[in-house]
Write a protein that binds this ligand. Structure first.
Ligand code: ACM
Ligand code: ZN
Length: 538
């Protein structure tokens, strides 16, 4: 019998006796509205089992056995929009849920209850496709279970994105935050401004070794997504019930855009796409009206492309040095009666917010875009400082996604941020009154890619830490237990071996006390990754 090792741990679970066996004759009965999910399930089982299961309408004859029944049930909305109920006995499996997404998560649970060989791409003989009897009622703690991928620093390409999306689905994660622009690269086609990608998606060389290093890799780096490719990925994610939130990081972190169009800067340039990392002082000029025309036009294309009702505009790390010396910026400050350059960023955020709002979209940004009087329409992403402002924002009815850098930034070494540290991260601020807890959307783990150049390195940084964060986002706080988590993880990692995931090894993700003690020293350096890459990694 397979062990029961589900991650994230279900909210309610009663283990029964016996098991259900999937055979060639098993029938998937599905409500008509669930055909796409039923097809997903069938396709999931097909390669390894070789069973081409039949999908039919639900039959009234409830005595038939060897049935997997997918059923919508609006009355189950007590389980929340994304919850599901799963009943497995010898005769049948019933997944019921208020929405298709719950059925999808029920399927992911079944997937984790099946032998790990179900992940193989070739047919496996001599395996019994047995699922233990169990009753589960399950729903997430938070509605925003996110992962952020920075493709500005390194363009990884659509196969890497699909690989991550597939794994997110396995852990019931539902938000892919796509950081598409940076000082080091602009990665999305904007038809009105072709130089953004002709110039902005290429750099001559790249800093290696860490933020303080003078070493350069002299291989040119380039890449961007066409709008057609973006649509393809949105549609791929949609089938996995993952929302894609695009981020166009402005007015800072924009050197690649300014290399293409220097007239939107304060000094007029010229600039090059950055080849080193860190914070750059050249940012968009907020004094010039043409900057807003340009950004509005670019955002028009973003809004047309992405169905997401939320658009992330970054807003982090904006040095004010250029604005202080720029006559256009200073004139704007005077004309708008602003106190200083900090208020100029507030003015900028407000204009972009209004623009997005006129397109029916909500603005999101890193917590630096907030101030004492921020509108509660803003979704803030907390990563550094701003504890009090964040708490006030929640009390005023604003929403917050939590991404505290020291706890869950996936670019850090495991010595700095071990698996247990990531697992124990608790987003709800202490002493925040219960009434405001619902304004917290959830946890999102950012994957910055200064030192990540390919899928192997991406996997290494991401896994298994992302799996810990998936559990924190789903499982009730009082049910979380690190020991139980790592026991289940040992089993789950065997599944990731089959899926070709190059996760970090145990001696790496659970560093010794001494290594952790000096872990903070690694933050300026490239993480050292052990040579223990798994054999079939991508
Ligand atoms: C950030 O890490 N600059 C949001
Ligand atoms: Zn300016």
């Amino acid at each position: 019998m397979n062990e029961i090792n589900i991650i994230p741990k279900p909210t309610n679970m009663i283990i029964g006796e016996g098991s259900f066996k999937i055979t060639e004759q098993t029938v998937i009965e599905s409500d008509s509205k669930l055909r796409e999910v039923a097809k997903y399930f069938k396709d999931l089982l097909l390669p390894a089992t070789g069973f081409n299961l039949v999908i039919t309408d639900p039959k009234t004859d409830s005595t038939k056995s060897n049935i997997i029944y997918l059923k919508l049930n609006g009355k189950l909305d007590v389980l929340s929009e994304e919850g599901y109920s799963l009943r497995i006995n010898q005769e049948r499996i019933v997944i019921s849920a208020p929405k298709a997404i719950g059925i999808f998560y029920g399927i992911q649970t079944i997937r984790q209850l099946l032998p790990i060989e179900v992940e193989e791409v070739e047919k496996r003989k001599n395996i019994e496709w047995i699922i233990p009897s169990i009753e589960i009622k399950d729903y997430p703690r938070f509605p925003w279970r996110g992962y952020m991928l920075d493709e500005g620093r390194h363009f990884l390409g659509k196969e890497a994105v699909k690989h991550i999306l597939n794994l997110m689905a396995l852990f019931k994660m539902n938000v892919f935050h796509w950081h598409l622009t940076e000082d080091q690269g602009w990665r999305i086609e904007i038809k009105k401004y072709p130089l953004l990608t002709e110039v902005g998606s290429k750099r001559a060389k790249t800093q290696i070794g860490g933020f303080l290093s003078k070493k350069m890799d002299t291989t040119p780096h380039e890449g961007y997504y066409t709008q057609e490719e973006i649509k393809e990925i949105i549609s791929y994610a949609d089938k996995l019930f993952i929302k894609i939130i695009p981020e166009i990081d402005i007015p800072g972190h924009s050197k690649a855009a300014l290399a293409a169009y220097p007239k939107f800067s304060c000094t007029g340039g010229p600039f090059q796409v950055s080849t080193t990392f860190g914070i750059k002082k050249d940012v968009f000029c907020v004094g010039k009206e043409i900057t807003f025309e340009f950004l509005n036009n670019a955002l028009d294309e973003i809004v047309r492309l992405f169905p997401s009702n939320i658009i992330h505009i970054g807003g982090d790390e904006v040095p004010k040095k250029r604005w202080k010396k720029c006559s256009d910026c200073q004139e704007r400050i005077k004309r708008e009666n602003l106190q200083n350059e900090k208020e100029l960023q507030k003015y900028f955020t407000n204009r972009i917010k209004k623009y997005l709002s006129s397109h029916g979209r909500r603005i999101m940004g890193w917590n630096q875009i907030l101030n004492d009087k921020s509108s509660n329409e803003i979704i803030a992403q907390k990563w550094l400082f701003g504890k009090k402002i964040i708490k006030n924002h929640l009390i005023n009815g604003g929403n917050v996604v939590f991404s505290q850098f020291g706890n869950i930034y996936l670019d850090y070494s495991y010595k700095r941020t071990s698996l247990s540290k990531a697992y124990y991260y608790e987003p709800v601020p202490k002493k925040l009154h219960q009434d405001y807890h619902n304004n917290i959307l959830g946890i999102e783990a950012p994957m910055w890619t200064e030192w990540v150049r390919n899928v192997r390195e991406l996997d290494w940084q991401t896994f298994p830490r992302l799996i810990a964060i998936a559990e924190s986002n789903w499982t009730p706080k009082e049910q979380k237990n690190y020991k139980s988590f790592t026991n289940r993880l040992d089993y789950l990692l065997k599944r990731l071996d089959i899926l070709g995931v190059n996760y970090a090894q145990k001696q790496e993700y659970q560093p010794t006390f001494i290594k952790k003690l000096f872990g903070f020293l690694t933050i300026f350096k490239e993480p050292k990754r052990s040579s223990l890459y798994i054999k079939n990694a991508k």
